[in-house]
Design a binder for this molecule. Structure first.
Ligand SMILES: Cc1ncc(COP(=O)(O)O)c(C=O)c1O
Length: 488
């Protein structure tokens, strides 16, 4: 983005508009003359033609203290692309150059290891053969919404009618449309970090970020205590359990406390006030291990039904990230608005995939069987890597690990800042530790900073979606060797 030094006219312009971007009469050019700029400022003062409200020169702006001249929209110019996708690019380049990388970064599955259910695959092919290739219903086909309603009732004990369910092409468009439905510019969105993409959705929708640093002591889950001071006037709390990136779940008590707080806050608000809503992202809820149980706000407190919007999909539970079928359920008034927004985005799940999913969700035994094997295979990988890290910790290395609970993720700590490589290079920052791991141990994991945590957080997400069992031992060995080479 072009930048230049502040001039008197620029300052005047800033003062006059409190923002430096506008859609009309067109973008400010870098080479605009002083006189021209002053004229423009006057024009704006006279006409009060200020478009947009996010100050570019402001304390909370990512562009703090600098003046920018926009060639594209403010949103486009300030959007941060997915950090994980960027990291993935660096890794792919190394692999392309022939390096063997233990790539545990992607929140996706290798279909050769974790294929989608056979019956779902057959159903998709069959649906195309039967020419289900036209537009689906905007809210999702009725047969699919009926199947989802039955699935929710049977597996979670949640009773929702098809009118309270919205289908889209995976979880993302549903989250986006929920934000569009609830969030006006400047509305407070409360979310904990590390968490998956809440920072980006809040930015995309001009919300005010209220960020809570979650701690390892609480499995990186937020608590009501941490949220409560911010709840007054807030519009949305984002919760995800089981959580990406931590692979941990919210406890019954923590979730109950948050529900009580939401109910109390809403009881306090007047009828004309916007309510405080809860986005409950449960994309991974069928992937829990051992004694771990999944809880949801509405089963705990039926009164939460009015304020809770669930996000779910086949993406993770059936290793079907590329199939693109997701659903939201919640109060019909909100679901209807989300649907209206999505009609303009067109992010529907494809017709054939909807038909196949509608049929598959009715196949109780096949689903049970699939989940039984799938959970066992994911859990085995998580357990093995967990054991490896526990062993490394025992050996005195500065690593740690949380017990795996759910999803396809393991939370690991690799705390090597302050150490020196054998060439004498100081690993001063966590980013240098991440590079060292990639270059020396050939281990690629995603730092929690990519999920909004502080830049120097020593915690990482390790995903097993593409992990081959036979690679685990060697990966741990290489990590040990890389750490042994460090001094200090
Ligand atoms: C917690 C969480 N929610 C939503 C999504 C989006 O899922 P989808 O691929 O169905 O859009 C993801 C994907 O990684 C996720 O981890």
């Amino acid at each position: 983005m072009p930048r230049r030094n502040t001039t008197h006219s620029d300052e005047l312009f800033c003062k006059a508009t409190s923002c430096l971007y506008f859609c009309s009469p067109g973008p400010v050019r870098q080479n605009r003359s002083q006189a021209n700029l002053a004229q423009l400022v006057e024009h704006f003062i006279r006409n009060e033609r200020v478009v947009g409200s996010s100050p570019i020169v402001g304390s909370s702006s990512p562009l703090k203290g600098e003046i920018f001249f926009m060639k594209l929209s403010y949103l486009a110019e300030t959007l941060i692309g997915s950090e994980i996708v960027k990291l993935g690019g660096d890794i792919r380049e190394k692999i392309r150059q022939g390096e063997k990388i233990y790539n545990f970064t992607v929140g996706d599955f290798d279909p050769a290891i974790f294929p989608i259910p056979k019956e779902l695959e057959d159903g998709i092919i069959d649906a195309y053969r039967r020419h289900f290739t036209n537009y689906p219903a905007a809210e999702g086909n009725l047969d699919l919404r009926e199947s989802i309603a039955g699935f929710l009732k049977e597996r979670e004990g949640l009773v929702y009618t098809p009118e309270e369910i919205l289908v889209a092409s995976g979880g993302r468009p549903l989250i986006y449309s929920l934000f569009r439905t609830l969030i006006d510019k400047g509305d407070k969105v409360i979310y904990a970090v590390p968490s998956w993409n809440n920072n980006h959705y809040t930015h995309l929708n001009g919300g005010e970020h209220v960020v809570i640093e979650a701690a390892a002591e609480n499995n990186f889950m937020p608590t009501a205590e941490a949220i409560r001071p911010h709840s007054k006037g807030a519009t949305l709390i984002c919760l995800c359990s089981p959580q990406n990136p931590t692979g941990t779940t919210i406890s019954r008590k923590d979730l109950a406390d948050i529900c009580e707080m939401v109910l109390a806050e809403n009881a306090r608000r007047g009828p004309e006030e916007k309510k405080l809503y809860l986005l409950y992202d449960q994309m991974y809820w069928q992937l829990t291990y051992g004694d771990i149980q999944h809880y949801d706000p509405v089963s705990l407190y039926p009164a939460m039904r009015e304020y809770t919007i669930f996000v779910d999909a086949i993406s993770k539970a059936f290793a079907a990230t590329g199939v693109r079928v997701g659903w939201s359920f919640g109060p019909a008034a909100i679901i209807n608005k989300m649907k209206a927004i999505l009609t303009h985005v067109g992010a529907w799940a494809p017709m054939a995939e909807q038909k196949a999913t509608a049929g598959y969700l009715l196949q109780k035994e096949n689903i049970d069987q699939y989940l039984h094997h799938f959970r066992a295979a994911v859990s085995e990988r998580l357990q093995k890597i967990h054991e490896g890290f526990v062993q490394l910790k025992k050996e005195g290395f500065r690593v740690d690990v949380l017990a795996p609970e759910a999803a396809i993720y393991l939370t690991i700590k690799i705390d090597l800042t302050g150490k020196r490589t054998k060439e004498g290079k100081l690993l001063a920052e966590q980013a240098e530790v991440t590079s060292y791991l990639l270059n020396e141990a050939k281990l690629a994991v995603v730092p929690f900073s990519a999920f909004g945590a502080s830049k120097n957080s020593p915690w990482y997400r390790l995903s097993v979606g593409t992990c081959r069992i036979q690679d685990i031992e060697e990966m741990i060995k290489k990590l040990r060797e890389a750490m042994e080479k460090l001094n200090g």
